[in-house]
Structure formats: structure tokens, C-alpha cells
Design a protein around this ligand. Structure first.
Ligand SMILES: CC(C)(COP(=O)(O)OP(=O)(O)OC[C@H]1O[C@@H](n2cnc3c(N)ncnc32)[C@H](O)[C@@H]1OP(=O)(O)O)[C@@H](O)C(=O)NCCC(=O)NCCS
Length: 164
């Protein structure tokens, strides 16, 4: 498995598989090419034998210095549960920390319980919401009416972690 920075040509490869990887949900329109043009330094593609095995699209916030944001992560269904999602997140955490980020945020749809568990395992905590759905805090209408979201936040270790 090879993880490298994303490139513009990766967008078409991601679009070819994204809805299938999301179990048929039509999510492709939420990941326009601009992420692969303008956020290459903090976005990644994973390949095995030249085939796309996973990807991550993320960036540093312009408006909130020190914050980074993961917009999308996807792993080929055939290789899930083997640590690739964690490897992609670790690559992002390292790239974001190297560029001064100390906080990472992400959101997901409440229906995506696999994503909620994955983010918990990656060390994110769930931010308070205004609804609770099956014990999960949900922010109603976060992305517009009908588009509720679960919001995640995680601190990154600073450049000089405390020695215990
Ligand atoms: C979410 C996703 C990226 C996880 O990728 P992955 O390669 O399977 O994840 P990993 O194998 O690295 O798992 C990392 C940890 O998360 C846990 N985890 C991953 N998916 C999980 C799930 N569906 N349910 C519960 N736990 C899960 C693993 O058990 C593992 O925990 P551990 O390290 O403590 O043992 C992948 O399932 C996926 O592409 N899903 C569809 C797209 C999606 O929903 N993306 C997220 C929203 S943008």
C-alpha cells in the first residue's frame, strides 16, 4: 500500500467509485475537483498495485488559524478494517500538524454510524448538538434544512509534547 499526496487526475478516479463506496448514496457532488486542485498538500490517495484503495480530502482552515478540516475519507470496501483509514488520517494529522494545526474537525451524516465509530476510534470527540439520535449528539440543519450532522473535534499534539 502506498499513500501519497493527491493530484488533480485523482478526482476522476474517485468519482468513478465514490457512490459505490458509500453504499449507493449519491455523495459524489459533495467532492468537487477543486479539492484535488487546491488542497493537494493535505489530501491523499492510497494505491495498491496502481489501483485506488482509498483517499482523503482535507485542508487547513483559512478563517481559523490552527484548525484543519477533513472533508471526505473513503476506503475500498474490499480492504476496510485493515487499518487504511487510520493510515490516511495519520498522514493528514502529520501534514496538518507540520503546517501549524493543533485542532482537527470533521462532520458526518447521522445515518453514517460506521463513520461515527471510526472517528471515535481516531480519537475525535463528538461536539454537543441540539438533538440526540440514538445517544448521538446531532446538530440539526447544520448543512441546510434536512441535512443534520454529527460534528467531531480532535486536538493534535503540539510540536513539543509533554514528557510523562
Ligand atoms: C470509514 C472508513 C473510511 C474506515 O476505513 P477503514 O480502513 O475500514 O478503517 P480502519 O481499518 O483504519 O479502522 C480504524 C479503526 O476504526 C474502527 N472502525 C472502522 N470502521 C468502523 C465501523 N464501520 N464500525 C465500527 N468501527 C469501525 C476500526 O475497528 C478501527 O479501530 P481500532 O484501530 O481501534 O481497531 C471506511 O469504512 C469507509 O470508506 N466507509 C465509507 C465511506 C465513509 O463513510 N466515509 C466517512 C465519512 S466522510
Amino acid at each position: 500500500m502506498q499513500i501519497r499526496q493527491a493530484r488533480p487526475h485523482d478526482h476522476a478516479r474517485v468519482m468513478a467509485v465514490i457512490n459505490e463506496w458509500w453504499g449507493g448514496r449519491p455523495v459524489g457532488a459533495m467532492l468537487p475537483r477543486l479539492f484535488f486542485e487546491h488542497f493537494c498538500d493535505t489530501s491523499f490517495a492510497a494505491e495498491r498495485d496502481g489501483a485506488l484503495a482509498g483517499f482523503l480530502a482535507g485542508f487547513l482552515s483559512q478563517s481559523r488559524p490552527g484548525e484543519a478540516y477533513i472533508h471526505f475519507v473513503g476506503v475500498h470496501p474490499a480492504v476496510r478494517g485493515a487499518g487504511l483509514g487510520r493510515m490516511l488520517y495519520d498522514a493528514f494529522f502529520a501534514a496538518a500538524a507540520a503546517r501549524g494545526a493543533t485542532v482537527v474537525r470533521a462532520v458526518t451524516a447521522p445515518v453514517n454510524r460506521g463513520s461515527v465509530e471510526f472517528h471515535r476510534r481516531m480519537g475525535f470527540r463528538l461536539e454537543p448538538g441540539d438533538l440526540e439520535v440514538d445517544g448521538i449528539p446531532v446538530t440539526a440543519g447544520y448543512d441546510g434544512r434536512g441535512n443534520d450532522r454529527v460534528r467531531f473535534v480532535k486536538s493534535l499534539p503540539g510540536p513539543f509534547p509533554d514528557v510523562q
